[in-house]
Ligand binder design. Structure first.
Ligand SMILES: [Zn+2]
Length: 65
């Protein structure tokens, strides 16, 4: 288990291995965590503003590294 703060909403989260961002934050405690609800709203926004497919959301992941 790992305690982290969402980069967008600044809420505290405790994540575990089931979270896809767990390994990344484990390796780099300064890595930015984005919670599921912010992730979803980000995906929705990307879809409505750019028409991007959510499968291509990886580019946000790169951006946050
Ligand atoms: Zn959040």
């Amino acid at each position: 288990m790992l305690k982290t703060i969402c980069f967008f909403c600044k809420k505290n989260y405790t994540i575990d291995r089931s979270d896809t961002q767990y390994q990344r934050i484990l390796k780099n405690p300064k890595a930015r965590y984005v919670c599921k609800s912010c992730n979803q709203s980000m995906q929705r926004e990307a879809q409505t503003t750019t028409g991007l497919n959510p499968d291509h959301i990886d580019k946000y992941d790169k951006y946050l590294r």
